[in-house]
Design a protein. Structure first.
Ligand code: SF4
Lengths: 279, 186
């Protein structure tokens, strides 16, 4: 058994909140650059150039890429041989509090969905915990903006809907979203499991690097087919028309019930942020 | 077309702007998003005065990040405009000339825009660091308790935006996409 002090977790979460908001992951940046090369509509190209300029300014000035610095989604993969001393949830929230404070990030969380009073420190984090083999803890912070989160949908498809039904639904979600989620978007698809697990898979799909296709060849093909179809819609960067409506489609799956085909689509924007550390 | 426009924006200047045109805005804009709109609506309903000149003004739907020491503002890009649609027609009828945001607007908002010769501008969503660079002065003027949602007066210089919906109700989200598809499929 390896003991990890909860302070180490706080420190990691704090650092990651700041880093994730200021520096886009390399795979996202390279995907934006590739889309710039592929874009065939001059006006759209101009927008993509500005999007590239934006993340460069953010890095240079060390300020957030986007003003919606999100709700802090914190993923912990805890090795079953690791023991965290102290209160884990409080340690994570303390990291969010310090990160959003010191990093001058926007505080965008309200305590109650209907009363809507701002917690003023961006806590609590949305915490996802997974138990894995080993004695390490992998911490991932993924600040999630709500312009894109609000455009996400879930549908309990029928088994007979099959791959065609999945494609149709995913495309409908992107179409419904239009310009709202700041296209080009990243599309996370969760297939299978239960109602709630499908939504979780869709969020997890957004953590996968944009240049890493599914390890299952059947789903790899589906990801490619969907991306191609989405980029035929013509919505384009910011919805002003053009090729680049999406940067990537990532699909994650789980076994499911004989009677169901849960399909969740979590939309993210070109500011797809996540940063990780191993403790 | 590219236009360099200054605030307050006159009706005549607004009428020259067409969906798809690029604009660079210089002058004063006021920030307001969900919570501030709710309060503005309550004030207007009660017959009171808004904390900034609505008539001829431009509202920017944004909630900036806090500035670092020595900086004017942090990141300041647009938020989704449709959440403000419930409150917007009343503001337009009070003479609001322009709005900066992202995403589609409701039929009611577009009708009120046509009625009042107002313009809806789109700024690049997710480009908060770039857009914040066009802000040369920022000051909270009302609802400080709302934090990022407080109303800020921003002085902007050559703030880049695109005319999304013009005074006649033409919408770039429809025409831009259509034009692209037509040319692509030719
Ligand atoms: S959808 Fe993404 S890019 Fe757009 S404002 Fe929200 S966080 Fe920023």
């Amino acid at each position: 058994m390896r003991t990890i002090q909860s302070e180490a977790l706080t420190e990691a979460v704090k650092r990651l909140c700041i880093r994730a908001n200021i520096e886009l992951p390399e795979d996202v940046k390279s995907c934006i650059r590739v889309s710039l090369k592929q874009e065939d509509w001059p006006f759209a190209k101009g927008i993509l150039e500005k999007i590239e300029e934006n993340y460069l300014i953010a890095e240079k000035k060390q300020i957030p890429v986007c003003q919606d610095t999100g709700i802090a989604c914190v993923f912990l993969e805890i090795g079953q041989e690791a023991h965290i001393e102290g209160d884990l949830k409080s340690a994570v929230d303390e990291g969010v509090r310090q990160g959003y404070g010191e990093g001058r990030l926007r505080k965008s969380v309200v305590l109650d969905p209907l009363q809507r009073v701002n917690t003023k420190d961006n806590t609590p984090a949305m915490l996802y915990i997974d138990i894995v083999p080993g004695d390490k803890v992998t911490v991932t912070v993924a600040p999630k903006g709500f312009g894109s989160e609000n455009m996400s949908q879930i549908k309990m498809l029928k088994p007979s809907d099959g791959a065609d039904g999945v494609c149709e639904f995913v495309i409908k979600v992107v179409e419904d979203a239009g310009a709202n989620p700041c296209p080009p978007v990243v599309v996370g698809v969760g297939l299978g499991g239960t109602f709630d697990k499908a939504a979780y898979l869709a969020k997890k799909a957004l953590m996968r690097p944009l240049d890493a296709r599914s390890s299952i060849s059947y789903y790899r093909e589906l990801e490619e087919e969907l991306l191609q179809k989405i980029n035929r819609l013509g919505i384009g960067p910011q919805g002003f028309g053009g090729r680049t409506t999406a940067l990537a489609v990532n699909i994650e799956t789980l076994p499911t019930h004989i009677a169901g085909l849960p399909c969740a689509v979590n939309i993210n924007c070109h500011v797809t942020r996540h940063a990780s550390e191993v403790i | 077309m590219v236009h360099h426009i200054t605030t307050p924006l006159s009706e005549n200047a607004a009428k020259l702007l067409k969906a798809g045109d690029t604009v660079y805005i210089t002058g004063t804009v006021y920030t307001a998003r969900d919570a501030a709109h709710k309060r503005l609506a309550e004030i207007i309903e009660a017959g009171g005065e808004a904390p900034f000149p609505v008539c001829g003004g431009i509202i920017y739907y944004t909630g900036p990040t806090p500035a670092k020491p020595g900086q004017v503002i942090g990141s300041a890009g647009p938020t989704t405009s449709s959440r403000m649609d419930k409150y917007t027609p009343d503001l337009l009828d009070l003479g609001l000339r322009g709005m900066i945001g992202k995403g589609a607007r409701s039929v009611e908002t577009v009708e009120a825009m046509k009625r009042n010769s107002s313009v809806y501008f789109g700024a690049i969503g997710g480009a908060g660091a770039l857009l914040g660079s066009a802000v040369i002065k920022a000051e909270v003027i009302a609802y400080e308790d709302l934090g990022a949602e407080a109303i800020h007066r921003l002085e902007v210089k050559d703030f880049p935006a695109v005319v999304v919906i013009d005074c006649e109700g033409d919408c770039l989200y429809e025409t831009g996409r259509q034009r692209y598809i037509e040319v692509r499929d030719e």
